[in-house]
Design a protein around this ligand. Structure first.
Ligand code: ASP
Length: 437
């Protein structure tokens, strides 16, 4: 059994609906389909979800939301009429308008994009429609109730050989709609895959998979054929954005592979993500490079710091008290460096520094701003000697000085901190050293 999730750009218009139908007809094991709301058809187009948020904002101000709601309706109606699906949207749109007028929540409004797309797609495919409100369970605070969701999905889907389950939303026990964060249909798809213990979770989108580096920086960056879930975590944490970060957990737990595929290039195998690959899998030294700008390092220096019990704990306490989580923690004998996202730290900077002063009375605190972190990730690194030497030589040759080095003992990644102005150059240099050679 295969669960397929189709993103917004894969369902943006009638021609994409046809592609989806074709993909499903190619393999009868593709039994459960999780659609997003229609996305952009061209660069300046609007996503249906964004239009729904606008409708809700207008309704909240007591303004007329009908122009945007009509635009949404036209989008669905044009898909239905082009595909000759006999579908009457009158009741649905009347219900949405009435709900918006009587103060429906923002999440309810946003969820209607997936809801309507799911109904339309199920009519087009001849699959059953299973409303996510009945099978994806949240608590009243909007936190996913994983076990209950798993139970409800398994129970409902057992009744249908083929079904469409809209992505992005679910409901609490009283029927109030809740949504995941943006891009959350990926999570819905993973939950469905877990509940039915799918052989594969196929995530169909508008790219051919993960690339070894951001193509805006390395134009011809190769596609990654095989990726482990741990590598994926490292790469997405540092900025690679093909899949919603939370979509990994339900499937990874069950050992279900995720296959990223391109709706516009269905013959391409895309990227396969698994818990592990066998030894025979011919692995490159590195799998990918990712990174982001916008980090600050606070270095705290104190003589004999190493002998002061609880020093590190007190430094981190200062961050915890301010609700800040740190990203990396490289330490020396008398120095401790805390790497933190600048946007979160900035408004609290003075208060954090004062608290560190109070708690550990350091000799000196130095702040280094405008830092970019670059992660070079690869399960092959552990087996290859000289990886670090190659990486640092590549950076040095381009005159990039490395401010921070962080290599976990798992040897899955080497993370370096460089000045923001060197960010793109550093990624290119590493790519050249390992891939172009
Ligand atoms: N439609 C929602 C969004 O635009 C959810 C999704 O597409 O996954 O974020």
């Amino acid at each position: 059994m295969i669960v397929t999730k189709f993103g917004g750009s894969s369902l943006a218009d009638a021609s994409h609906f046809q592609k989806v139908k074709h993909i499903l007809s190619e393999n009868p094991d593709r039994r459960y389909v999780v659609p997003s709301a229609p996305g952009k058809r061209y660069d300046k187009d609007d996503k249906v979800t964004d239009l729904l948020y606008l409708c809700h904002a207008s309704a909240l101000q007591g303004e007329d939301f009908s122009p945007n709601l009509n635009r949404i309706r036209e989008r669905y109606e044009s898909i239905a009429s082009e595909l000759q699906i006999p579908f009457d949207f009158s009741c649905d749109f009347a219900a949405i308008a009435a709900a918006l007028r009587s103060g429906a929540s923002r999440e309810y409004a946003a969820s209607r994009g997936e809801y309507l797309n799911g109904k339309l797609l199920s009519a087009y495919l001849g699959f059953a429609f299973v409303d996510a409100a009945d099978v994806i369970r949240f608590d009243t605070k909007g936190v996913l109730a994983e076990d209950e969701t798993n139970r409800l999905l398994a129970q409902h889907l057992a009744q249908h050989k083929y079904a469409v389950i809209p992505g992005f939303y679910g409901a609490d026990e009283s029927g109030n709609i809740h949504t995941f964060s943006r891009g959350g249909s990926d999570i819905s798809g993973a939950l469905v895959a877990r509940a039915i213990n799918a052989d594969v979770y196929e995530n169909w989108t508008d790219v051919t998979g993960f690339r070894m580096a951001d193509p805006r920086i390395v134009k011809d960056a190769q596609y990654i054929e095989n990726l482990t879930y741990r590598e994926l975590r490292e790469l997405s944490y540092m900025g690679a954005t093909v899949l919603h970060g939370d979509a990994v957990f339900p499937v990874r737990k069950m050992g279900i592979p995720t296959n990223i595929r391109n709706t516009n290039d269905p013959l391409h195998p895309g990227t396969m993500i698994r818990t592990s690959f066998g030894q025979e899998n011919n692995v490159n030294t590195i799998t990918g490079i990712a990174g982001s700008k916008g980090f600050t390092v606070i270095s705290i220096e104190k003589d004999m710091m190493n002998a002061e019990l609880g020093f590190g704990k007190r430094v981190l306490q200062a961050f915890e008290e301010h609700g800040l989580s740190f990203e990396h923690l490289p330490t020396g004998i008398d120095t401790m460096c805390v790497v933190i996202r600048a946007a979160e730290l900035k408004p609290l900077m003075n208060s954090v520094l004062n608290r560190i002063q109070e708690l550990v009375q350091p000799d000196q605190i130095t702040i280094h701003e405008d830092l970019a972190m670059v992660a070079t990730v690869g399960r092959g690194m552990v087996r290859t000697s000289g990886t670090a030497a190659r990486l640092f030589t590549a950076l040095a040759t381009r005159g990039i000085s490395v401010r921070i080095i962080d290599q976990g003992s798992s040897e899955l990644s080497i993370i370096v901190g460089v000045d923001e102005k060197h960010f793109e150059m550093a990624i290119e240099a590493i790519y050249d050293a390992f891939v172009r050679m």
